[in-house]
Write a protein that binds this ligand. Structure first.
Ligand SMILES: [Zn+2]
Length: 375
């Protein structure tokens, strides 16, 4: 469905929540964008990223595999902490700096333009909506939404999905990236506008740079076999971390999978939709908050993507209290382990062929859960 949309006009829940957040920033006088905490962190992560890349060539013997693995983790951290904020224009007040930070996604193998279309325009707006949010589309390899077709092998998906996560970034960077480039579409939705010549050049230039940095130069230094093995190891760490952090926020048993009614209208106000489809985890864990770029505060991030992740811990209790006052909930798992268990339970539920939501049931659920009447 390509004409999918939210009702326009009055957005009472969003106004209340954003009013609360705006009052907080007025009180503290802080900017909503990044601050010295973010810039220091970006520096540390940047150093680990560059240092681990150089270590691939410098460590003796098979120790270079350790550097590939650390580089995979560092790449995920560049994505979580630097690229993600840059792409949402929350890293800095300066547009060129945000653009530069978003460009780190090209350096890690994918493409800034693709991310802007996939993440900002589709995933953030139509979260967990089948056909619009490509993040819940595994091309049928596994089933994340009750609205997706069940195939016989999905019965075992809660066992095999963990292995598929190991190839997420390889699949993403080398298949989905090109698929979107060719079709100019994310899921069933066309790109907001066609790529310009500069975007095409950026796309191909970043692929050439990536292949040179990660395959050609290492092959010349370490040999072809060691390079392929190291490259796959790096992607196993990167892919698993990327996949897991995303899945824990949306593909868990506490998240909903709403879908549009006739003529493409979503029944909830956008902010309510975000609170139903996005779940926090381990919000008390300071290390995870630091390392994951605040992606354990996904509900806050989805409600306020233009606010840098360094502010989410202080916003969390305010947003949670205001949501409760309005009769809604910021859904959350207390620990990362509890969120992983929530993901396992959801994948197991979706493995069941009888777990299908019909049009009727879904409509009723939407009305009951959100207190909304479908128009
Ligand atoms: Zn985001």
């Amino acid at each position: 469905m390509s004409n999918i949309h939210f009702k326009t006009g009055h957005r009472p829940v969003y106004q209340e929540l954003s009013g609360e957040v705006n009052r907080h920033f007025k009180r503290t006088g802080a900017l909503k964008t990044g601050n010295s905490t973010l810039y220091n962190k970006a520096l540390v992560i940047g150093l680990i990223y560059v240092g681990s890349y150089l270590a691939i060539y410098m460590l003796p013997g098979s120790l270079h595999y350790l550097a590939w693995a650390i580089h995979g983790i560092a790449t995920a951290m560049v994505g979580y902490n630097i690229m993600h904020d840059g792409a949402h224009e929350s890293f800095s007040t300066s547009r060129p700096i945000n653009r530069l930070m978003a460009l780190t996604f090209n350096l890690v193998g994918s493409n800034r333009y693709y991310w802007a279309q996939k993440h900002n325009r589709n995933h953030h707006v139509f979260t967990n909506v089948d056909g619009a949010d490509e993040d819940i589309d595994a091309l049928g390899l596994f089933r994340m939404s009750p609205h997706q077709q069940h195939r016989w092998f999905h019965r075992y998906q809660h066992f095999y999905v963990w292995f598929l996560y190991l190839i997420t970034s390889l699949f993403w960077f080398f298949a989905l990236d090109f698929k979107a480039y060719h079709s100019q579409k994310i899921a069933h939705r066309d790109y907001s506008h066609r790529m310009k010549l500069a975007d095409h050049i950026e796309f191909w230039a970043s692929k050439v740079v990536y292949v040179t940095l990660y395959l050609l130069i290492p092959s010349a230094v370490l040999g072809g076999e060691a390079t392929i093995a190291g490259f796959l190891l790096m992607h196993a760490f990167l892919g698993f971390l990327f996949a897991l952090v995303f899945q824990l926020a949306h593909v868990v048993d506490k998240a909903d999978f709403p879908r549009p009614g006739e003529n493409g209208t979503m029944s909830d106000e956008w902010a309510v939709h975000q609170m139903r489809t996005t779940v926090d985890f381990a919000t008390d864990n300071r290390f995870l908050t630091w390392a994951l770029g605040g992606l354990n505060f996904q509900a806050e991030h989805h409600l306020f993507p233009r606010i840098s992740h360094v502010h989410y811990p202080e916003l969390h209790p305010l947003v949670e209290a205001k949501a409760a006052e309005l009769g809604y909930e910021i859904r959350s798992y207390p620990t990362a382990l509890a969120a992983i268990q929530g993901h396992y339970r959801h994948m197991k539920a979706m493995a069941n062929p009888h777990n299908v939501v019909s049009d009727e049931t879904d409509s009723d659920e939407l009305e009951n859960d959100a207190g909304y009447t479908r128009s």
